[in-house]
Design a protein around this ligand. Structure first.
Ligand SMILES: Nc1nc2c(ncn2[C@@H]2O[C@H](COP(=O)(O)OP(=O)(O)O)[C@@H](O)[C@H]2O)c(=O)[nH]1
Ligand SMILES: [Mg+2]
Length: 323
């Protein structure tokens, strides 16, 4: 175990893959080594610029991440790519022209790509992604990019673990302004209209105008840093310098005045509370009496004959062994 931690921190990519597998393991006998591994990794993590990439399926998230990743590794930087996809256990991870494999990037020694752990709730998937991010940073990543599937809840989870969230829009892809939830736009630090190439180029410019107007009316996530709307083609790898420069510029601004540190500590305390919620839920499920009450009363709650707050209290009391 300590050999694995040393190899990981020494920058060994295979050790990183094994470390993540260990942390994702649901076997009880792995639990202690996983905790020990994370304990070793924590002090040397946190050094990466963390970017989330969200947007509807097919918007080009994987293509964009690969294109940015290739440029970054060309420039000598280490890149980790993770995904949060609570649906991956159902769909086998193959949604809409998926490029998750990122073949060109995956051949680079300076890149590490790991798809979402399969199975489990969003909370569980997000937790494991978060732990994987720490390990990727301990391995020495300069940049971590996390792809979400376009399902509202997973973007919230990713927004809670990255420094910057990029929202990708695909013009004419059916997710124009009206279709994108406003809430999603408000989570975004920057918006990129992708696929500005070929027949879609004009549509992309139009979409940029619409989004810029809408973004202008929103309260920016960080004061004094309005949400920019850029156009790019991940496929033809155009506009990417501007996208990356924007991210770095924001990063410098937030790091310079302490806002980045505050953002990360707020995220860490949110993480704590979501762990508490997850653990409590797991405890309820694992407690025979509490879970029996939950099962027995679920139907009554559903048809309106039982009052959820009262039942919830009974469940918690049963868990705590109180009457
Ligand atoms: N024309 C064009 N197609 C793109 C671009 N980026 C991605 N695509 C295509 O859109 C489809 C979905 O891309 P993918 O990266 O898997 O989208 P994701 O579901 O958001 O990860 C694939 O067929 C890509 O080749 C782009 O910039 N221009
Ligand atoms: Mg994808």
């Amino acid at each position: 175990m300590s050999g694995l931690a040393d190899a990981l921190i020494g920058g060994d990519r295979r050790a990183l893959a094994r470390a993540i597998t260990l942390v994702e393991s649901t076997h009880d006998e792995d639990h202690e080594s996983a905790v020990e591994l994370i304990r070793r990794a924590m002090p040397v993590s946190g050094g990466a610029l963390r970017v989330g990439v969200s947007g509807a399926p097919g918007a080009g998230k994987s293509t964009m991440i690969e294109a940015l990743g290739v440029r970054l590794t060309d420039a000598g930087r280490r890149v980790g790519v993770l995904t949060v996809d609570p649906t991956s256990s159902l769909s086998g991870g193959s949604i809409l022209g998926d490029k998750t494999r990122m073949e060109e990037l995956s051949r680079r020694d300076e890149a590490f790509i790991r798809p979402s752990p399969s199975g489990g709730t969003l909370g569980g998937v997000a937790r494991r992604t978060r732990e994987a991010m720490l390990l990727v940073e301990a391995w020495g990543a300069d940049v971590v990019m996390i792809e979400t599937v376009g399902v509202g809840q997973s973007e919230v989870a990713v927004a809670g673990m990255v420094d910057h969230l990029m929202l990708l829009i695909s013009p004419g892809g059916g997710d124009e302004l009206q279709g994108i939830k406003r809430g999603l736009m408000e989570l975004a630090d920057l918006i990129v209209v992708n696929k500005a190439d070929g027949e879609l180029e004009a549509a992309a410019e139009r979409a940029r105008g619409e989004y810029a107007a809408a973004a202008h009316l929103m309260r920016p996530r960080h004061e004094g840093l309005p949400t920019p709307v850029l156009v790019a083609s991940a496929l033809e790898r155009r506009g990417l310098d501007e996208v990356w420069e924007e991210i770095e510029q924001r990063h410098r601004a937030l790091a310079a005045d302490g806002r980045l540190a505050r953002l990360r500590s707020a995220q860490a305390s949110d993480w704590l509370w979501s762990e508490v919620r997850e653990s409590l839920l797991a405890a309820v499920e694992g407690d025979p009496e509490a879970s029996a009450i939950a099962k027995r009363t679920e139907a009554e709650v559903a048809d309106g004959t039982a009052f959820p707050p009262k039942v919830a209290r009974e469940i918690v009391n049963a868990l705590l062994g109180r009457k």
